[in-house]
Design a protein. Structure first.
Length: 180
């Protein structure tokens, strides 16, 4: 065999190896596990940076790719909780419990119980605040209670001499009672 043929075969073999490596790299980087891991890195970085909107979107993409990903359900729940959307936090975790199989759902359930308790405490606090606000409402005045009074009459300013309940009163131009 001539040297030219040997060089030609060596070049072909090298090109074949390069093509094979290229194909392996494409397959590796397009695999769903690598995509999920890369997306998880982004999501956790967003969560640490307190960029909750992006963290939620990234965790949501992970759940779309891998509906059994426990870390994604817990991560998205934490992001929603940090935004104050505890109802959504509970909904996401309940979905995770339904979709994740095995021991992973136990981990999600533990986090779910924690957020349900927190939500119940907030709702109880809001109910107590509402009851307190209702108790602190001022009693209606006699004019407000008078059922004969028309809404339009309430806006009229009394001026001059006015007879009320058999007594005569004088009101100045601003509607203030003048005494003395």
């Amino acid at each position: 065999m001539s040297i030219k043929k040997k060089i030609f075969i060596a070049v072909l073999a090298a090109e074949g190896v390069m093509i094979a490596v290229f194909i392996v790299l494409i397959c590796y980087f397009s695999s769903s596990a690598v995509k999920v891991n890369r997306q998880m890195e982004f999501a956790q970085r967003y969560l640490l940076d307190e960029d909750y909107k992006r963290a939620i979107a990234a965790f949501d993409r992970i759940i779309e790719m891998d509906s059994d990903n426990v870390e994604a359900y817990i991560g998205i729940a934490e992001a929603y909780a940090e935004t104050g959307a505890l109802e959504m936090t509970v909904e996401i975790l309940e979905e995770g419990v339904r979709r994740v199989r095995g021991s992973g759902s136990d981990e999600i359930e533990a986090v779910l119980d924690r957020y349900k308790e927190e939500l119940a405490q907030i709702e109880a606090s809001q109910e107590a605040d509402s009851e307190l606000a209702e108790a602190l409402q001022p009693e209606p005045t006699e004019a407000e209670v008078d059922s004969d009074m028309q809404p339009e009459a309430a806006a009229v300013v009394n001026t001059g001499f006015i007879t009320q309940d058999g007594d005569v009163y004088y009101y100045d131009q601003l509607g203030s009672l003048v005494v003395g």
